[in-house]
Design a protein around this ligand. Structure first.
Ligand SMILES: NC(=O)c1ccc[n+]([C@@H]2O[C@H](COP(=O)([O-])OP(=O)(O)OC[C@H]3O[C@@H](n4cnc5c(N)ncnc54)[C@H](O)[C@@H]3O)[C@@H](O)[C@H]2O)c1
Length: 345
């Protein structure tokens, strides 16, 4: 199946056709693959035909220094304005590849082959790509759409269990903000159900991709509804940085903090937080952590959704219904304290 989605900065071809189509979509003589060391080892046959830049795996390499090294290698390959950069990997790689392609020679074409569940449902979609800077997540980056995203769920067969869980954190996020029936569906299953049923997995990925595409096409530059996709990410990014947790695990904890804030700020029933904690644990995601509020606040005050002394926080009024609420730092600090003290949920 193939379809295209148009955004102000470009049209993206979504190809659910499998990795075999990559050579047709991006011929080897005019493309360069960027991938990480794990994916390069696992998928040697895929990269064999291409000039390939291999980055060490791990979030700690999502930096400006890596962009520097990628640029040097692109120059060595004599990559030019018509060279297509292919990001083959998880969200770390799609961020690096999308950002490098957006600034190299002021922009060259690029496409993604996401290889983690998280990248398939979230990171590869929407055109936001960037790197971390010190303690600050995704502080430097661009908004520019890939020309294609090529899906092959067979690539997930090699994905470690923890990475499946991390992907489900973003899937549960979509359910919380937009899709109560999906939340109900997820409550009745576990990861293995989707691992063992290719149709259910493909439908789930497409449903999440559709939510993200719909939101981004309405507000590509994140002035309004796109902010909703940050549910769980404000505290989540600070938690990810401070405790060096994988993105999905940090977002899980961030969603519970956001529910706690939603209870005081828009009357969310406390049962929702308990239900969410149960679903997260069902998908082997964390629901508790002792938080160091002061240190988290030091990171949080530089959040990209900050204006003066407030942050646009994403809160829930119920499952499937999210809204943007500017909150003073003090309210966020109190919520973090409460979450930490309450044994978390
Ligand atoms: N740009 C966006 O809109 C957006 C959205 C969400 C997340 N992100 C970013 O995405 C990143 C997290 O993405 P992620 O969870 O995919 O992390 P990741 O890219 O670091 O991948 C996680 C691990 O899985 C390994 N891996 C990847 N594919 C594999 C496969 N098929 N088989 C076996 N191992 C495989 C990787 O080598 C890595 O060790 C974070 O940097 C986050 O900020 C970006």
């Amino acid at each position: 199946m193939e379809y295209s989605v148009s955004f102000p900065t470009g049209t993206v071809q979504y190809c659910f056709t499998g990795i075999k189509e990559l050579l047709k979509r991006a011929p080897a003589d005019s493309s360069v693959i960027i991938t990480d060391s794990n994916v390069a080892t696992l998928y040697q046959q895929v990269i064999a035909a291409y000039r390939t830049i291999i980055i060490p795996a791990g979030e700690e390499h999502k930096t400006q220094q890596t962009i520097q090294s990628v640029t040097e290698q692109l120059l060595e390959f004599k990559a030019h304005k018509k060279t297509t950069i292919i990001g083959l990997g998880g969200g770390m790689i799609t961020d690096i590849a999308g950002y490098a392609a957006s600034i190299y020679m002021r922009g060259v074409p690029f496409g993604f082959v996401p290889t983690t569940l998280l990248a398939m449902v979230d990171a590869a979609i929407g055109g936001k790509n960037g790197v971390n800077f010190g303690l600050h997540k995704n502080m430097l980056g661009t908004i520019r759409q890939p020309s294609f995203i090529l899906y092959d769920t067979a690539l997930l067969h090699t994905l470690p269990d923890m990475e499946w869980s991390n992907g489900f954190a973003e899937i549960i996020k979509y359910a919380c903000i937009f899709d109560a029936p999906l939340f109900a569906e997820l409550s009745t299953h576990i990861i293995n159900y989707y691992k063992e049923d290719a149709t259910a997995l493909n439908e789930l990925i497409q449903r999440c991709a559709n939510w993200k595409n719909k939101t981004v096409s309405e507000d590509e530059t994140e002035n309004n509804v796109r902010k909703l996709l940050n549910f769980g990410h404000t505290a989540g990014h600070a938690i990810e940085t401070l405790y060096n947790l994988p993105h999905g695990q940090a977002v899980s904890l961030g969603m519970l903090v956001a529910c706690s804030i939603s209870e005081s700020e828009c009357g969310l029933h406390p049962d929702v937080r308990r239900q969410l904690a149960m679903v997260l644990q069902q998908y082997k995601l964390p629901a508790s952590l002792k938080l160091h509020t002061e240190q988290l606040m030091d990171i949080l005050v530089m959040d990209k959704k900050r204006s003066n002394n407030t942050i646009d926080y994403i809160v829930l009024s119920s499952i499937g219904s999210a809204l943007i609420k500017p909150l003073p730092f003090e309210t966020i600090k109190q919520a973090l304290d409460k979450f930490s003290d309450a044994g978390n949920y």
